[in-house]
Every structure is written in C-alpha cells, then in structure tokens.
Design a binder for this molecule. Structure first.
Ligand code: URP
Ligand code: ZN
Ligand code: ZN
Length: 458
C-alpha cells in the first residue's frame, strides 16, 4: 500500500544526512534507503533539494483573547499559514481565566480548533490562577496529553501568577512528570515603568521597549530557574531574548539542572532600532521587546552552545486596525507580531545560508528538540521508520521576497516586508498527504489533528 516515494533528496535529520529516498505508506514512513522501488507509489522527485522533518512551532497564539481583542489568525488560517512555511505542528496556548477552571478553558479552545485546524496542533495549558481546585486538574490534563503548563510572570491582573502559586504549580506538575514553562519577566517592575512613562506623557511605541529593560527579564529568568531547581520540575523559558537572561541559564547549568530555552526568530533577526518615534514601531510591539545587536550575538552563540534548544515564533498577530487601539498610548497596543509562516525560511536563509548554524542545528531547533522536550518524539520531529510522514522539501537555491501581499497569515502587514531570502519551501507533507505544493494548499480545513503529548524525553 505504498502511497508516496520522495526520491533523491538530501535527507537531513538531527543525526543523519544523506541523499536517499523516503517511502511513505499511509500516514507514516515505511522505508528510508537508496534506489527504493516505487511499486506504484506516486513519486516526488527531490533531486537537488533538501528534505527535513516537518517543523514544530511550540509557541503560537491563535484566536486568543488578549488586551481587549483577539489575535487575528484562527486555528484555520494560522495552521494553514504555518504549513506554507513548513511548520506542520504547532502548540497553541489555552488560557485559564482567573476564577475559572482549566477544564472550562480547554473546552473553549477545543471548540475553536476541532474541525478547523488545517495542520496538526497541540495545547499548552496556561495556569493563571493556581488554587486547590486547579491543583486537582493538573493530573487530568496530563492524562489528556497536555503535559506542559505555561506561567506568566507578567501581565498582572490578567495572566500573572505570583511566586507562591509558582511553587505550588511546580510541585504538582513535577508529581505528574510534566513541564512548567514561563514568560519570564518581572511584571511588577514593568508595570511601574509603564506607569512612570505614561505619567511623563511618554506614549510612543518606543516606551514599550523602554518599560521592559533587560534586567526585568534577567531577574525573572533567574527567579524562575531557581524555583524550578528547588522544586525539581523540568523547566522551559519561552521567548528568551537577551544576554542577561541567558547568563542566568548558563549559571544554572553548573548545578545539573534541567532548564530548556526557546528564543524566537524575531529576537535573532530584528533589533530595537525599529522602535523610532513613529507609530510604525507598533508592528514590533511585543513582550519581551526586541533587544540590542549584542543580544542577537548571544542568542546565535547560545544556539550553537546548546543553551538555546528551540527557535519558535510567539506568533500573535494583530491587524493594523487592532494595533491602532494604542495609537495614543503604547500600553494599549496589543502585544505580538506575525511570524508563523516565515520562521523556517527566515532561519534557513539567515542562519544556514549565512553560515551561522549548520543544517543539522537548523533541524534540531525548528523541529527535533521541540518534539523531544514536549513529548512528541519520535512520532514528530524526525524522519525515521514509523514516524509521521511530515516532510518539508526545500529548494536551497530559490530566491523569494516576503510580503503581506503574498503571505497566508490573516494580517495586513508583514514584520519582514521586502526581506529577500535564499531557500524556498517547495512541498510540505503532513501525515503522508501533500499539504502544500508550489504555493497551493492541498489539504482541507479540519485536516489537522490534535496531538496528545507524553513526557519530556531529552
Ligand atoms: O507580545 C507577545 N509576546 N504577545 C503574546 C503573549 C505573550 O506574552 O507571549
Ligand atoms: Zn509571553
Ligand atoms: Zn507568547
């Protein structure tokens, strides 16, 4: 029952690199080898192309209620755009409402994603109110394949939990073998700086950046890592941006602690010079904000040193009319930027093609490490017999230009407008189906499946 044969591509995984064929039967990989017979299977000629595992973006916010509006990509539009950029699986955040249960939130998010997602997806559970009732729900979430629990150390009054709740959550999650992740910035300090800037009439997007200096992230990253060490839970810092925060993790490695780090594509490629005095800077109003060039160097080095294991996006798009909610006050600009579609091509072009990272490191940080950390490996994150046939075929020489006029995300600007990239994704397979080919979507709304996850295996 062979269905597809991908022939003569350079197949690259985290620990394999050879020109060979990949035979797919149904949804999974049946054989990998040279000169495999087609036996009636449809053949995709990948000569001269690179074949990598489907990308995994473990940090996306789809259709998320936030700052008085909703992020503009739904599970349908967001996962479709992700597929166009080679990301076959995303992990979205379910947000518990303070005063309500985890179950209520999960039911709400399932209602949005089931039958609408085009690509595969899973959920993290964001715990915004840890109390005796929430504690009881942790084991139920783990049993349903939601094994990672997100915490916010900022956004007080909406999402933030305090250190007392953090300790309790970590102790409970550890009991059930899960992972605790954090938006690690000092919310009280940031709120104070925001209030000071507003009182002084400093209201342009640049003051969003100046309200979140490096110390706010370094302090919280150290605190989160220390509490995680004390409780013994596996820990993961999301969207880490700067030298001070990464140095906290570097220190923690001296005490044999398990703490994983994600950065996002924007922090590697964009910097705070984009925050001028004009409102256009709102395109890059996100938290944490863009940093300095020295921080980009630290992050690239951190990837190569193995301190940063994942490059995600924190995709949280808002259309321009939504960004305009903060035209007179930076603190009202919905935080987030669109990137789900371009993470892999940007990293390939700016990272691999420019010699900053190897091709195998590219596979690790876009796919394999996230699969291992978030309990999906080896079903996802690699090309091996029995794995889901999630494959991305890249033409390494093809050049193209990013533009809002051609992207698939539901947002009317691009944070990377006009960027010229070398290396273009030709074809994407998801569970054995051609999902995208030559810029066209080939799978329908609802094709995406919820992926139940297990424990960290790293
Ligand atoms: O600016 C951001 N990052 N928006 C999404 C919410 C979060 O903090 O991840
Ligand atoms: Zn965050
Ligand atoms: Zn986020």
């Amino acid at each position: 029952m062979a269905t597809l044969l991908v022939k003569n591509g350079r197949v690259v995984t985290a620990d394999f690199d050879a020109v060979c064929d990949v035979l797919i039967e149904g949804e999974t990989i049946a054989a990998i080898g040279r000169n495999l017979p087609a036996n009636g299977a449809e053949v995709i000629d990948a000569t001269g192309k690179i074949v990598v595992p489907g990308g995994i973006d473990p940090h996306v916010h789809l259709d998320m209620p936030f700052m008085g509006t909703f992020s503009s990509d739904t599970h349908e539009t967001g996962t479709r755009a992700a597929l166009h950029g080679g990301t076959t699986t995303v992990i979205d955040f379910v947000l518990q409402k303070q005063g309500h249960s985890l179950r209520e939130a999960l039911t709400e998010w399932q209602g949005r994603a089931t039958g609408t997602a085009v690509g595969d997806y899973s959920f993290h559970m964001a715990v915004t109110d840890f109390n005796p009732d929430t504690r009881e729900e942790i084991k139920d979430m783990v049993a349903e394949g939601i094994t990672s629990f997100k915490t916010f150390m900022a956004y007080k009054g909406a999402l933030m939990i305090d250190d007392a709740q953090m300790v309790g959550l970590m102790q409970e999650v550890r009991k059930h073998g899960g992972l605790v992740t954090a938006h690690a910035t000092n919310g009280d300090m940031i709120d104070t700086l925001i209030a000071q800037h507003r009182a002084q009439g400093k209201l342009t997007p640049r003051y969003h950046y100046l309200s979140q200096p490096e110390v706010t992230e370094a302090e919280a990253s150290g605190r989160f890592t220390d509490i995680a060490d004390y409780t013994g839970v596996n820990a993961y810092i999301v969207h880490l941006t700067c030298e001070g925060a990464l140095n906290q993790v570097r220190d923690a490695t001296r005490r044999n602690q398990r703490v994983f780090v994600e950065t996002c594509i924007q922090y590697l490629l964009l910097d705070a010079d984009l925050y001028g005095e004009e409102f256009e800077g709102a395109k890059w109003v996100m938290s944490p904000p863009l940093r300095e060039k020295k921080d980009q160097e630290t992050l690239w080095a951190g990837i190569n040193q193995g301190l940063v294991q994942v490059v995600g996006t924190d995709h949280c798009p808002f259309r321009w009319e939504q960004k305009l909610m903060g035209k007179d006050d930076f603190s009202k600009i919905p935080n987030g930027h669109p990137a789900i579609e371009h993470r892999m091509e940007l990293l390939f072009s700016e990272g691999v093609q420019k010699g900053r990272i190897s091709l195998q490191k590219f596979v690790e940080v876009t796919s394999t490490n996230a699969a291992k950390i978030f309990g999906m490996f080896p079903r996802k994150g690699t090309i091996s017999i029995g794995a889901d046939a999630d494959l991305v075929i890249i033409d390494p020489a093809a050049k193209h230009t990013i533009s809002a006029a051609t992207h698939h995300m539901n947002v009317d600007y691009s944070a990377y407008e006009g960027w010229e990239l070398t290396g273009k994704i030709d074809t994407v397979l998801l569970r054995g189906q051609v999902a995208v080919d030559a810029g066209e979507t080939k799978v329908p709304k609802g094709y995406g499946q919820f992926i139940r996850r297990g424990k960290t295996a790293f």
